[in-house]
Design a protein around this ligand. Structure first.
Ligand code: MN
Length: 767
């Protein structure tokens, strides 16, 4: 067998070697499994090592054999691996910088089990963006002591208004990471950290020490701050460790720290479970960056006026239970605003306007008005602290305002007029713009009025849906969400003013065919939106029946349509959202669009949520058993690209189908003498026809009668293809306007379809 395997990751060719070699003998983990782990974790890992110079620790023959520290990126590394030169006292070292999945796989193939990034990114080498405390317990100490010191240090750092994050080391201790704004030199940061550490150790001198010398620690835990110097490194979040159980240095929440028995608990075998349960708990780390406390401006003391305004905010919340921010009270003088989408007992939007150190706040049940002169109710709520501006998170059940909160728009306010009872202003942000006036009517009830024309034209025009690429195997990566591939009519659903408008994929208005979907107030929580989905008919087992839904498309006349509604009602499975209450949301990642789609939909009606699942293989197996068409894999991090076919969405099918055009048919014989024999089908490529052969199965008699009637309406034509065909004398050529869907096994070497089966006409594709 060859020692090498050639593969391709995201379009980059890689040569992998010695895949069978066991790198972790105690648990029997081979290099292949290490590579697999790094490939799956890449979307997470990249956030913590991307754009950072790396030091690698390689174990080419396993963790119990010789290891190699490598700082210098090897000469033979592929050209697409970036290098960053750092001048050390003696020499300049080209460090490797890895920014993509192929790069991570390349590292794994080097058996670089441990990946150690620096504390700054290459675009701003002078300014670190975090500092680290490595809590290193003495030999034989129990983990409870580590937890105790970690929680103490957390509290200590929070008193300086830092937000500490924690990860397991994969060994005995834990690492505490504190994000800072990248604007202080390495020396300034080190001085500040030294000051903090000295004070902390002074306050906890029985249990902690700064002394590196093992003999002098006297059973105390080392607070190791010495990794914070320029060009020092610490093992990355999600890196493997060279420990017998293949442990991982894994980000955890402070709550989870309580549950762990050891810092080596999370390893290559149970990381899936951890991520499924908690996700990336460091996801919002960069939002928590603050200036070093030693460098923050003067007059830092809580401003009395701000404090008074936030009294009600503080009283309503229990900060041990809610993740909402505890304020640093100080006067500010900017004019920022945010709109948050809040899925509390009633879905609503919160408008927050910065004013003298606080956020003036209103809850707007129906969202900001989008048309000139439109007024909406706005309920004044307590002033919120500035830290709330970009807050996202889940307020737990039982707490004030319980439910999910997202940032919907974030930008600047231009004030036009401020009085006690009215505010007039312009909002300017990427997401929302407009001129508004808020005025008090009674008590906490206000009205918000739009004072200019609507900005977003999106609701007024048809946009084309995003299309999926095809892939043979279920992809494995934590980035994907998997869904059933619904076999029906792809549609875009426009909701506005309590009305629904339905478009086919090509932009044809097919609203009148589906009166049972005219239920906007019963189906949607939101006022306006554009949704992407599939209209389907189902049999008793809940399987989509393609030909039934297609027949609904060419049912004519109000009476027949009504009869079809009661006999064969359709459902609309929605899987994406492009526009919501005044905002184009295509640029948001799928994960967020899915969350917003979920809260936009009411339950128990003809509109349903196409649920995303994380276990692709299980869904694939279940869908195959149910004889469905296939499944979809969608990258949760990607935006929605209108009218584009791309690899953000992938379809994995059990069998092939194709949409083709009908060029003609053969006259029937024998028991089909009153019907037809088969359809000649083709696709148009550029300006010429590509003949795909004949399809003669997949029809029952009723279907053939129906199809023949439609064929006869098309008008005869000349032969449009050059190929010789079977039964030329019996063929009737027609105008090539009709589309149909055909399933097939594979292509013949002539390029025609093998074992084609007719699935149904596709009037939705006719232009
Ligand atoms: Mn709210």
């Amino acid at each position: 067998m060859s020692k090498y395997v050639h593969t391709e990751v995201d379009g980059i060719k890689l040569k992998l070697s010695n895949l069978d070699k066991v790198l972790y003998p105690d648990v029997g983990i081979s290099k292949a499994e290490v590579i697999q782990y790094y490939m799956k974790i890449a979307p997470y890992l990249i956030k913590y090592i991307g754009n950072r110079p790396l030091t690698l620790i390689r174990y080419p023959d396993g963790i119990d054999k010789t290891k190699f520290y490598s700082k210098s990126c090897p000469d033979w590394a592929p050209a697409w691996i970036k290098r960053e030169n750092i001048q050390h006292s003696e020499e300049s070292i080209p460090y490797a910088v890895v920014n993509n999945t192929p790069g991570i796989v390349w590292l794994a193939n080097l058996a670089a089990l441990e990946i150690h990034p620096m504390q700054m990114v290459t675009s701003s080498m002078e300014f670190p963006d975090h500092f680290i405390f490595d809590i290193d317990p003495p030999e034989g100490a129990d983990f409870e002591g580590v937890k105790h010191i970690a929680f103490k240090l957390k509290q200590f750092l929070e008193s300086y208004h830092y937000t500490p994050f924690i990860k397991t080391s994969g060994s005995k201790g834990v690492h505490i990471i504190v994000p800072i704004i990248a604007q202080h030199s390495h020396e300034e940061m080190v001085d500040c950290v030294k000051g903090l550490a000295k004070l902390f150790v002074q306050q906890n001198k029985d249990t902690s020490t700064l002394n590196l010398h093992k003999g002098s620690r006297g059973g105390r835990t080392l607070i190791d701050i010495y990794r914070n110097h320029m060009a020092q490194t610490t093992v990355s979040a999600y890196s493997l460790r060279a420990k017998p159980n293949a442990s991982i240095s894994c980000p955890i929440s402070w709550e989870q720290l309580d549950e762990l028995n050891s810092s080596g608990d999370i390893d290559i075998r149970n990381i899936d479970e951890h991520l499924e349960k908690y996700g990336d708990v460091w996801a919002n780390m960069d939002k928590k960056a603050v200036a070093l406390h030693t460098k923050r401006g003067q007059g830092e003391e809580a401003n009395e006026e701000v404090q008074k305004k936030l009294d009600s905010y503080l009283k309503k919340r229990d900060f041990d239970k809610t993740p909402e921010p505890h304020p640093v009270m100080k006067m500010t003088s900017q004019n920022r605003f945010s709109v948050q989408l809040h899925d509390a007992s009633n879905l609503h939007y919160d408008l927050r306007l910065e004013d003298k150190g606080v956020l003036l706040s209103w809850a707007i049940p129906k969202g900001l008005p989008t048309g000139l002169g439109v007024k909406r109710l706005a309920i004044r709520t307590e002033d919120h602290p500035m830290e709330y501006l970009d807050f996202e998170g889940t307020i737990p059940k039982g707490e004030y305002g319980a439910g999910e909160m997202w940032v919907f728009a974030l930008g600047e306010t231009k004030w036009i007029k401020k009085t006690d009872k009215s505010y007039e202003f312009e909002l300017d942000s990427k997401q929302l713009k407009g001129h508004f006036k808020l005025y008090k009517t009674k008590g906490d009830q206000w009205l918000i009025e739009k004072k200019d024309e609507a900005q977003s034209k999106m609701l007024k025009e048809f946009v084309k849906p995003q299309l999926a690429d095809v892939i043979k195997k279920v992809p494995t990566s934590y980035n994907y969400s998997f869904e059933i591939k619904w076999d029906g009519i792809r549609t875009l659903i426009y909701v506005k003013n309590d009305k629904v408008q339905i478009f086919s994929r090509s932009g044809r208005d097919i609203t009148s065919q589906f009166p049972e979907l005219q239920i906007a107030p019963d189906a949607f929580e939101i006022e306006s939106g554009i949704f992407d989905g599939e209209i389907i008919s189902m049999d008793e087992q809940g399987r989509p029946i393609f030909s039934d839904v297609i027949s609904r498309l060419h049912t004519g006349g109000e009476r027949s349509i009504q009869a079809a509604v009661s006999k064969n009602p359709v459902y609309c499975y929605l899987f994406d959202c492009l526009y919501l209450d005044g905002r184009n949301i295509c640029s948001e990642p799928l994960k967020k669009r899915q969350a917003w789609l979920r809260v936009s939909l009411k339950k128990n009606n003809q509109y349903r949520l196409s649920e995303g699942m994380s276990d692709g293989q299980a869904l694939f197996d279940a869908a195959k058993k149910m004889n469905l068409e296939g499944i979809m894999a969608k990258d949760l991090t990607k935006p929605y690209e209108i009218g584009v076919r791309n690899r953000n969405w992938l379809k994995i099918k059990f069998r092939e189908t194709i949409s083709v055009q009908i060029l003609g048919y053969t006259e029937g014989k024998g028991d089909r003498s009153n019907l037809f024999g088969a359809l000649h089908i083709a696709t148009k490529e550029d300006d010429s026809w590509k003949y795909l052969g004949k399809v003669g199965t997949g029809f029952d008699e009723a279907k053939m009668i129906e199809v023949l009637a439609i064929l006869k309406q098309q008008g005869e034509s000349k032969k449009l293809i050059e190929e010789n065909i079977e039964e030329p004398q019996r063929t009737v050529w027609i105008n090539p306007k009709l589309w149909c869907e055909v399933q097939y096994a594979s292509l013949t070497n002539k390029g025609t379809l093998r074992e084609p089966v007719f699935l149904g006409l596709r009037p939705d594709l006719e232009s």
